[in-house]
Design a protein. Structure first.
Length: 137
């Protein structure tokens, strides 16, 4: 729940950069709707009550195979839904922080957006700026 609260706060910042948040839960749509409303989140929380997505992605907690609890993970995806990075959230500190997501979205955006560097201040252009290392050779 803590991470969903952080994502709700971070969601407005992401929207400015055309990035989106989607959550998937094994809870019912009604439960997810209540959580979403309680958080004030505008991103969708999809229900995987049948554990189909969990099964397909192999996200079962290995310490409790009979109860089929979910193994929390954070996925950062490209627009075509190709996986850029996966965070293993088995331990809370393994889950993506807003700052890590910001860096991931920056990396993805710089790879896919032709207008990422509209004034041409790429690595080569920065070499001549004060305080930047000057190539030797």
């Amino acid at each position: 729940m803590v991470q969903l609260r952080l994502l709700t706060q971070f969601e407005k910042e992401l929207a400015v950069s055309y990035c989106k948040v989607v959550a998937i839960s094994v809870d019912s749509p009604a439960e997810n709707g209540a959580v979403r409303a309680g958080l004030g989140a505008t991103f969708p929380i999809l229900s995987d009550v049948e554990h189909a997505v969990q099964e397909e992605l192999g996200l079962h907690d290995p310490t409790s195979p009979n109860k089929r609890p979910e193994l929390p993970c954070d996925f950062v995806l490209y627009p075509d839904l190709t996986i850029y990075k996966i965070y293993n959230g088995y331990w809370y500190v393994g889950r993506a922080s807003p700052e890590e997501l910001r860096l991931d979205f920056r990396a993805v955006s710089s790879q896919i957006r032709s207008d990422w560097d509209p004034i041409g201040i790429g690595e080569e252009a920065r070499q001549g700026l004060p305080g930047q290392p000057t190539p030797v050779g």
